[in-house]
Design a protein around this ligand. Structure first.
Ligand code: RIB
Ligand code: CA
Length: 309
C-alpha cells in the first residue's frame, strides 16, 4: 500500500486521477492539497471535496493552498475545463469544511514524520510544494518520492508545449516554483506532454461508449467528465492519471535520469523544461523523466480500475 498525498488543481484530468487513486487498492490517499491552476484555488478546493463527497470519502482531508503563482498572476484554464472547472458535471457544492492548515503546513505535518514514507503526487502548478520547501527546507529529505505531471521535454513528437509552443501549463504557470522543486534533490519522476499528448494515451468516443455501458457511480461520473472533454476538444487527455499510473505499474513507462533546467521569468521561453547534457548540469540534481509509455496498456489499466464493480 503506497501512502500518497495528492497536490492538485481539479480540473477534469485531476479529478480523473483522483478517481483512479480512490479505485486503486495499491494507493492510500492520506490527503489532498489544492492549488490555483486550472481554476482559482477556491474552485479547485471545492472540486476536490465535491469528488470526495460524491464517493462519501469524507475522511480524506483537503487543505487549500496558493491562490496564485509565486511571481506571476494566475492564468486559469476554465476555457478548457468548463465554468465550474469540472466539466459542468453537476456535482453538488461541497458540504464539508477544508482542513484548517494551509497546504504547505499540512504537507509538512504529514511528510516530516520520517516514518511516514509518503509519496507526493503533484498534478498542478508546483506553487504549494515550493512554499512548503521554502518554509521547511528539510522536507525533501523526508519524501519517499515526488511524482509530477509537468513539462514538455521534446522526447517524442508530442513533447511540445500546450500553454506556449514550448512550455507545458503546470510549469509555465509557476516556473519559479518548478525551479525550486526540480532543484530540491528529492527522488523526482516527471511525466510530461511527451507522454500525455500521445493519442494512444487519450480517451476517445469509443472509450466513452465503453464507460457508459457501466452504471456504477464511478463510471457515471467518469462518463460526465470525459464526455465534456471529448465534446469540446475531440478527445480526453489523461495528463494527471498518467502521472499517478507510474505508481500503479512502473513497467508501463521508460525513464531516463537527467538534469532538467526550468526557464523562469516572463519571456517567450517562460516555463521551458530543458534536458541538459550531464557536463552542463552544474549543481542540478538528476530527475527521472518519462521517455516512453505503453498507451494501450495504460488505457486498459485506467478503464479496468474505473469500470471495476
Ligand atoms: O498541461 C496539463 C496539466 O495542466 C494537467 O495537469 C492539467 O490538469 C493542467 O493542470
Ligand atoms: Ca492538473
Amino acid at each position: 500500500m503506497k501512502k500518497v498525498i495528492l497536490d492538485m488543481d481539479p480540473g477534469i484530468d485531476d479529478a480523473l486521477a483522483l478517481l483512479l487513486a480512490l479505485r486503486s487498492p495499491e494507493i492510500q490517499v492520506l490527503g489532498i492539497t489544492t492549488v490555483a491552476g486550472n481554476a482559482p484555488v477556491e474552485m479547485t478546493s471545492a472540486n476536490a471535496r465535491r469528488v470526495l463527497e460524491y464517493f462519501e470519502m469524507t475522511n480524506i482531508p483537503v487543505a487549500t493552498g496558493a491562490a496564485k503563482p509565486l511571481n506571476h498572476p494566475l492564468v486559469d484554464a476554465l476555457n478548457y475545463h468548463g465554468p465550474d472547472g469540472l466539466g459542468q458535471c453537476g456535482l453538488p457544492p461541497p458540504r464539508l469544511p477544508l482542513h484548517p492548515a494551509k497546504a504547505w503546513d499540512f504537507l509538512a505535518q504529514l511528510i516530516s514524520d520520517s516514518q511516514a514514507n509518503i509519496i507526493l503526487v503533484a498534478t498542478g502548478p508546483l506553487t504549494n510544494i515550493a512554499h512548503a520547501f521554502q518554509r521547511y527546507p528539510e522536507l525533501p529529505k523526508f519524501l519517499a518520492k515526488l511524482v509530477l505531471m509537468g513539462g514538455a521535454y521534446d522526447l517524442t513528437p508530442f513533447g511540445k508545449g500546450n500553454q506556449t509552443p514550448f512550455a507545458e501549463f503546470n510549469i509555465w504557470q509557476d516556473p519559479e516554483a518548478a525551479y525550486i522543486v526540480f532543484s530540491c534533490g528529492a527522488d523526482i519522476s516527471a511525466v510530461g506532454l511527451d507522454m500525455s499528448m500521445d493519442p494512444t494515451t487519450c480517451l476517445n468516443s469509443q472509450h466513452l461508449e465503453q464507460i457508459k455501458t457501466s452504471h456504477t457511480p464511478t463510471a457515471h461520473l467518469t462518463a460526465k467528465l470525459v464526455e465534456y472533454a471529448i465534446k469540446r476538444h475531440g478527445r480526453c487527455e489523461l495528463h494527471d492519471p498518467l502521472a499517478l499510473a507510474t505508481l500503479l505499474d512502473a513497467s508501463l513507462f521508460d525513464f531516463i535520469s537527467v538534469p532538467v533546467e526550468v526557464i523562469t521569468g516572463d519571456g517567450w521561453d517562460r516555463g521551458i523544461t530543458r534536458i541538459l547534457p550531464l557536463e552542463k548540469r552544474d549543481k542540478l540534481p538528476l530527475i527521472q523523466v518519462a521517455t516512453a509509455v505503453d498507451g494501450p496498456r495504460f488505457l486498459k489499466l485506467f478503464l479496468s480500475r474505473i469500470l471495476e464493480e
